[in-house]
Design a protein around this ligand. Structure first.
Ligand SMILES: NC(=O)c1ccc[n+]([C@@H]2O[C@H](COP(=O)([O-])OP(=O)(O)OC[C@H]3O[C@@H](n4cnc5c(N)ncnc54)[C@H](OP(=O)(O)O)[C@@H]3O)[C@@H](O)[C@H]2O)c1
Length: 329
């Protein structure tokens, strides 16, 4: 067994601004039963990392941030049969701690990376892409001909969602924060793009649906879009609140769902891909669509060193990123 003594990590001891992200050296040790040691080659940056850093989502401290990464297996613990030394692997469903050069990880949550997919792509596509898979297939099963509203359509999740929804035959109304992002959305096939900082997405939805509203809204922007997202839904429509990039949604008076018999759900990837079967199905569908060229442009659009994670968080939170971002350990 190869023994790793120390690894560089980004760890937080308190929640707050980006200055709480500290570069530290910690002990690695040897994998135990069911675990492997991974030499990480790329780490996915996700908005959830900023929620945990800021304290919006509670977590035990101190903690090493990050849920998504890829790398090569260096050592395998007892009882691991599905993964071998030298395998290229990726993960996106925890446990937390991806912001590391080396890490010990439960084999059960790993996926082997297909030859045609690079570590860098795997590291930034798994969490966002499997999120898209469960949102479009399982939270609400998008049908050919559906008109759907998807916010932040040129972000990491949005970039994949747009192409996947088009593949399913949907008409996509997508929101973006800038003209450059609008261009990217159109290039991805988004049918109706609205710059929601200066135009009303509700007006556009009503125009496109002849005043009926959409059957589903996928909203991970939260506070700033909540009210008009609800109003964009048709009778018995489903509001999927899966994030809050602009801040938490206000306390909801459940009576607002009554006039149109609306449904509300607050799903998470961890609830949809926590067992090995769901994980393999979801990752398998994602990798298949990438390899067939159905989903393109998944290479990271921004890259930072792991030690520069603070800069990466600032860039993500200030809406300056497009598509996905990786950290290089
Ligand atoms: N529940 C789940 O299972 C799950 C899993 C993965 C991700 N998510 C959520 O999905 C969303 C997208 O995640 P991501 O990692 O791919 O991030 P991202 O979309 O690359 O970045 C977030 C985007 O939100 C938009 N935004 C709108 N208002 C904002 C504000 N006030 N501040 C910052 N951004 C704002 C920005 O796009 P514009 O400039 O175009 O508006 C920004 O680029 C996040 O809310 C995340 O928490 C949820």
């Amino acid at each position: 067994m190869r023994y790793r003594d120390q690894t560089g990590v980004i760890r937080i001891h308190q929640t707050g601004g980006v200055d709480v992200l500290q570069w530290e050296s910690i002990e690695v040790g040897l994998p135990e039963v069911g675990q492997v040691l991974i030499r990480q080659t790329a780490i996915g940056l996700n908005f959830i990392d900023t929620y945990l850093r800021s304290g919006l989502y509670p977590t035990d401290l101190p903690t090493i941030l990050g849920f998504e990464g890829a790398g090569v297996v260096e050592t395998v613990g007892e009882g691991v049969e599905t993964i071998a030394v030298g395998d290229r692997v990726a993960y996106a469903t925890g446990p937390i701690g991806a912001y590391s050069q080396y890490r010990i990880f439960p084999a059960i949550h790993l996926v082997k990376i297909p030859d045609a997919i690079s570590d860098q792509v795997a590291a930034c596509v798994m969490l966002k892409g499997m999120t898209v898979e469960y949102l479009l297939n399982r939270t609400y099963a998008v049908q050919n001909g559906d008109i759907i509203l998807f916010h932040a359509i040129s972000g990491g999740v949005g970039n994949i969602a747009c192409q996947w929804a088009k593949h399913l035959g949907a008409t996509v109304v997508g929101t973006v924060g800038s003209p450059e992002k609008a261009e990217l959305a159109r290039a991805n096939g988004c049918d109706y793009v609205v710059e929601y900082r200066r135009e009303s997405f509700l007006d556009l939805v009503m125009e496109v649906t002849n005043g009926q509203g959409v059957p589903v809204v996928y909203d991970a922007v939260g506070q700033s879009t909540f009210e008009d997202s609800l109003n964009s839904l048709r009778m018995r429509g489903l509001f999927v609140s899966f994030g809050q990039a602009s801040g938490p949604i206000p306390e909801v008076d459940l009576r607002c769902f009554s006039p149109r018999n609306l449904y509300f759900t607050r799903p998470s990837l961890f609830g949809y891909c926590s067992n090995p079967t769901d994980l393999a199905n979801s990752a398998g569908q994602l990798f298949d669509l990438i390899q067939r060229g159905v989903i393109q442009g998944v290479e990271p659009k921004q890259s930072f060193t792991l030690a520069d994670a603070a800069n990466a968080h600032t860039t993500l939170e200030s809406r300056q990123t497009r598509g996905s971002t990786i950290l290089i350990p």
